[in-house]
Structures are given as structure tokens and as C-alpha cells.
Design a protein around this ligand. Structure first.
Ligand SMILES: [Zn+2]
Length: 157
């Protein structure tokens, strides 16, 4: 039995990618409801790199992984996220109730210290923090509002 057999990596019952016909922008939508704290899926590292790209998730100072299943890279940023990449347990977990048909979003700085590409957020939520650059640049007020990976939490002190 391989390591792959040990984890549930089949996303077909869990999520679907939707592609905007005009912008080709990809998003990942839930195909079932999840409770707060429920595991959505476990994930693996497809590749391991020493520097970040716009596709990677940070594991430690010089370890950045590309996700497998690959469709997880379609999960967009929101300043009011509904899921969280737990990079210690290698699980994507719901951090609020998620309805069937809802888009998955996570807070990029929750798993990124200093991002390769910063961007202006257009999530439109009440708690939008504006420019997204990584946990290193967050205000103390923002830090109090979010859950971070164990690695980022340690960096924040
Ligand atoms: Zn925002």
C-alpha cells in the first residue's frame, strides 16, 4: 500500500472547479455542506521548492509546496475566509459553516510569511485588509482576527 492510499484525495464528491468564461479565473466550489472545524480533505506536496511562487503554500522558512490534489490551488483568497490549510496535519479544514455550492476561500497570509506576489484584495468583505503581502506585514489588529499555521504562528511570536 502506498502513502497515497492512506489519505482521502478524491475531491470529486467534495468540490468542483469553476472557470470564469470571460477572465478564465478559476475558483473552487463546495459540492457539500461542512460544519465548522470539519476536515474538507487531506492534501500532499506535489512538489517541494525552496522559494515561494503564486501557487505554493509555505511549510517552513525554505520549504514551499505545490498542492496535490492540484485543484486546491484554485482556492482564492478572502479576508473573511471559510477554510484553512493546516500544514501541520496536512488538512484543509472548515473554519465556519460552509453551505453546498459555496466558494472555498482562505486567508493567504494564514500560511504565507512573505508572499512572492502581493496584490490588492477585492474580496469586498467588511474585514478586508487591502493589500495582501503575507503575515509579516499584518497589523496587530489583523493578527488577532485570524488563525495561522503553526509555522506562521511561531514567526509571529
Ligand atoms: Zn479582502
Amino acid at each position: 500500500m502506498s502513502f497515497i492510499d492512506l489519505v482521502d484525495l478524491d475531491l470529486t464528491e467534495v468540490a468542483e472547479i469553476r472557470i470564469d468564461p470571460i477572465t478564465s479565473h478559476r475558483s473552487l466550489f463546495s459540492k457539500k455542506a461542512f460544519h465548522k472545524k470539519e476536515e474538507i480533505i487531506t492534501f500532499l506536496a506535489k512538489t517541494v521548492q525552496s522559494t515561494p511562487t503564486y501557487l505554493t503554500v509555505q511549510i517552513s522558512d525554505h520549504v514551499h509546496i505545490e498542492l496535490f490534489p492540484e485543484c486546491l490551488e484554485c482556492i482564492n483568497h478572502s479576508c473573511d475566509p471559510n477554510c484553512f490549510f493546516d500544514t501541520t496535519r496536512m488538512e484543509l479544514v472548515a473554519i465556519k459553516e460552509i453551505a453546498k455550492g459555496e466558494e472555498f476561500n482562505f486567508f493567504y497570509p494564514s500560511a504565507e510569511w512573505d508572499m512572492d506576489q502581493s496584490f490588492k484584495c477585492h474580496c469586498g468583505t467588511d474585514q478586508c485588509i487591502g493589500v495582501i503581502k503575507g503575515a509579516k506585514y499584518l497589523s496587530e489588529n489583523a493578527i488577532r482576527q485570524y488563525r495561522f499555521t503553526d509555522f506562521i504562528q511561531k514567526k509571529l511570536g
